[in-house]
Design a protein around this ligand. Structure first.
Ligand SMILES: CC(C)(COP(=O)(O)OP(=O)(O)OC[C@H]1O[C@@H](n2cnc3c(N)ncnc32)[C@H](O)[C@@H]1OP(=O)(O)O)[C@@H](O)C(=O)NCCC(=O)NCCS
Length: 204
């Protein structure tokens, strides 16, 4: 499913796109990410916003994921103002999901940064990294069916949905408004590991 942890850790300390640096997390990022996670507009399609303490736990888990797998959710730093604007990256799908095991691409940006193509730009760099350095066969993404912005981003990346794979999130009651989820998949270019990369980004 993925490169060996040793291979994956050896390179890829950061990724760079025209407008963004995708880097590992620093202590000074906590305030910015906590503000993003506390914003009801950003968290509209999640059961709850996160406290600062919950954000600290999330960052620790992300760093553990990088250590264990050689991939994780990158901190996104915008070149022009140096701001921490959110995250985009890869994480292992929880075993309880109906499509596990798999590697998922995920994203979250500060509300003020939406509508500029930044999430798509970061996600293309992550896809390139997934299919070249990490040599994954495929990645998935999923979201609450109501989260159309996230769907649109998946489709912009060329991901494909099979409605037969729609599912109810196992952590939510079946009648919860956020329970219905859609699943999108993206195979490695050419159907083979490590083939051509997605356009628009390179390792930094
Ligand atoms: C999901 C999310 C990352 C999408 O962000 P986004 O900014 O809409 O996504 P993109 O980067 O693809 O940007 C696309 C938009 O930027 C616009 N845009 C402006 N300038 C652009 C440029 N230079 N290049 C590309 N697109 C540009 C596009 O027209 C498009 O606008 P539209 O939404 O009005 O059609 C964001 O809504 C988010 O953080 N949501 C909260 C967290 C969340 O729900 N995460 C997913 C959970 S599964």
């Amino acid at each position: 499913m993925s490169a060996s942890p040793a291979q994956a850790r050896g390179r890829g300390a950061q990724l760079r796109t025209p407008r963004l640096l995708l880097r590992r997390w620093r202590e000074g990022d906590l305030d910015s990410l906590a503000a993003i996670n506390a914003d009801p507009a950003v968290m509209e399609h999640f059961p709850a916003t996160l406290t600062r303490a919950e954000t600290a736990v999330l960052v620790a888990r992300i760093e553990d994921c990088f250590q264990a797998n050689g991939f994780g959710l990158w901190a996104l730093e915008q070149h022009d103002d140096g701001a921490l604007v959110g995250f985009t990256g890869l994480l292992p799908v929880e075993p309880r999901m109906p499509f596990a095991p798999a590697v998922e691409i995920g994203w979250r940006l500060a509300h003020a940064r939406w509508g500029r193509g930044l999430a798509a730009e970061a996600a293309r760099a992550v896809c390139t990294d997934a299919f070249t350095r990490l040599r994954l066969d495929a990645i998935v993404s999923y979201t609450a069916a109501r989260n159309r912005r996230s769907w649109r981003l998946m489709e912009r990346l060329g991901m494909r949905r099979d409605a037969a794979e729609d599912f109810l999130h196992p952590a939510l009651a079946a009648d919860h408004a956020l329970a219905p989820h859609v699943l999108y998949r993206l195979d490695a270019p050419g159907g083979e590991r490590g083939r051509a990369a997605a356009p628009g980004a390179g390792t930094g």
